[in-house]
Every structure is written in structure tokens, then in C-alpha cells.
Write a protein that binds this ligand. Structure first.
Ligand SMILES: [Zn+2]
Length: 287
């Protein structure tokens, strides 16, 4: 190797390492209410939809758009060298299903005597979410799995619920109808932050913190098999399907959220484990 080729190789090495250091990689379905797992280097923070997102020490971060967002977004990544890199994302509009339900009168609006109970249950859920919002360990790097084997999807994420002919609510999770007692698995590694016992709406329920603001919920269980603050592994049995709380039959309500944004649970299954663990083949967005 002569002097000139050495200089040439040195130049290529330096220039590629500079480009590499500012690479921003996103993995997942780029659409509303979908989990996006990102990896970057030398990024101080991301300005994302009125939030400031700080990647962890390894450059991992999570993003998710609200369910009804659409149009073009320009997302500034503030680099540690003081520069700003803008990532452009075009969001398709998503359509959601409608579902008509006839419920027993007592479930349409909660009786007044239950108000205090519902209030205290909401506080427990809020407290769990406050802890989740501060967790800076990316437990979800273990990848994702479906929390139940078999069953039938009885209500999709985002379904508009029309209860006794009145538009009542949006369904913020995925319902899988299956027989009582079916094992329920943790969708990813994480820490159990809440085990709710017979909540008025959610029945027996579990909240798992997967880190960086991502969490999953499992409602209407017949049994809870984990304890608060316990570390659980992806695919570990955490409980059993039931019909506790506001439920019309045995099913698992599986919820996923990032901070205050609800995510379509099925979108987490589109994150390929090997992408996360090896950072290979991630989608590079145009600069
Ligand atoms: Zn549900």
C-alpha cells in the first residue's frame, strides 16, 4: 500500500464514521398509533409533537403518533455537536371500526356509590404511569411477543364504541376473546408497576413498565400471578384470562401506550427482535 492509498483509506474511514455517528434509525410501522423504536447516536434530544424526548445512553428512544394524526411532520433531532437534523415523516390517515354494544344498565354509567372507589383506582393507575414516565432502562430491547396463544380478536384498537345507541368512547386496546383461565404472557421484559385487584372497570389488571415511557396493560383477568415491582421476562406467564370488571365475557383486553399516547398493540409485533438487538437492517430515513 503506497502513501496515497493509505491517505485515501483514512479519508474514507473518517468520513463514514462521521456519517454513521449522525445516523437516525427508526423501526416499526410509520403510521398513527404505531410503536416506533429508534436508535441514534450523539443526539441530545428530539422535539416530537410538543414533547422533548431524550434518548438513553445507548441512543435508544421511542416515538408514537396520536391515533388521529395525519399529514407531514418535520421532527428536529438536536445533535450533541449543536447541529439539528430534521427527519421528515409522512403519516397516512387511519380509519377505525365502529362497534355497537348493548350493556346492562348498571354498566352504562357507574352508580354514584362507586365514585370514590373509581377515583381511588384512577389514582393508583396515575401513580403507576408517573413512575413509568421516569424509567430510563430500555427493558423492551428483549423484543415483543403476543400475550396470548389463540383466541379471536373481538374488538380492534381504536374502535368507536356506540353503547345503547350513544357514542360513548374509543377502545384504547385490543380485545382477544378466549376461554377463562387461558395463560397471559408479558409482551416484553419489564417491571410490574401495578396489580389492580377487582377494579370497577378493569377488574383484575396488570401494568408492566417496559422502559422509556412504554408500558402494557392486561385487564379483566381471573388471576394475577405476579407482584408489584417484580421484573418479568418476555413470554413469562403473568396471569389468566377472566371476565372481571366491566366485561361481557371472558377476554383479554391488551393495552399498549407510550407516555400519554395509546398504541395499537398489534403494531409492537412488527418490531423485529433482531433489528433491536443487532441494529441491523433498520430503516434509514431520508436526510
Ligand atoms: Zn377492551
Amino acid at each position: 500500500m503506497n502513501k496515497y492509498t493509505t491517505v485515501f483509506f483514512l479519508f474514507v474511514f473518517i468520513s463514514t464514521s462521521v456519517i454513521h455517528s449522525q445516523k437516525i434509525q427508526l423501526n416499526g410501522d410509520i403510521q398513527p398509533a404505531s410503536l416506533i423504536v429508534g436508535k441514534c447516536e450523539q443526539v441530545d434530544y428530539i422535539r416530537f409533537e410538543q414533547k422533548i424526548i431524550r434518548p438513553d445512553k445507548e441512543g435508544n428512544f421511542i416515538l408514537a403518533f396520536q391515533k388521529d394524526s395525519d399529514g407531514t411532520r418535520y421532527i428536529p433531532f438536536k445533535l450533541s455537536n449543536g447541529k439539528v437534523k430534521i427527519v421528515k415523516i409522512d403519516l397516512p390517515a387511519r380509519k377505525y371500526e365502529q362497534e355497537k354494544l348493548i350493556l346492562k344498565t348498571k354498566y352504562v354509567s357507574a352508580p354514584e356509590k362507586e365514585n370514590e372507589r373509581i377515583k381511588s383506582e384512577r389514582k393508583l393507575m396515575r401513580d403507576a404511569k408517573d413512575i413509568i414516565a421516569k424509567t430510563d432502562t430500555a427493558y423492551f430491547l428483549s423484543g415483543f411477543t403476543i400475550p396470548i396463544k389463540g383466541g379471536r380478536i373481538s374488538s380492534q384498537f381504536g374502535t368507536e364504541r356506540i353503547v345503547n345507541d350513544v357514542k360513548k368512547s374509543t377502545h384504547w386496546g385490543l380485545d382477544i376473546a378466549i376461554k377463562k383461565g387461558t395463560p397471559v404472557y408479558a409482551m416484553s421484559d419489564g417491571i410490574v408497576r401495578l396489580t389492580g385487584k377487582n377494579f370497577y372497570y378493569s377488574g383484575n389488571c396488570i401494568y408492566i413498565d417496559h422502559g422509556l415511557g412504554l408500558y402494557s396493560t392486561y385487564l379483566h383477568l381471573s388471576e394475577i400471578l405476579v407482584k408489584e415491582n417484580q421484573l418479568v421476562k418476555k413470554g413469562q406467564i403473568i396471569g389468566k384470562v377472566g371476565s372481571t370488571g366491566r366485561s361481557t365475557g371472558p377476554h383479554l383486553h391488551w393495552g399498549v401506550a407510550w407516555l400519554d399516547i395509546s398504541i395499537d398493540p398489534l403494531s409492537v409485533l412488527k418490531i423485529n427482535d433482531s433489528f433491536i438487538l443487532n441494529s441491523i437492517g433498520m430503516k434509514n430515513l431520508p436526510e
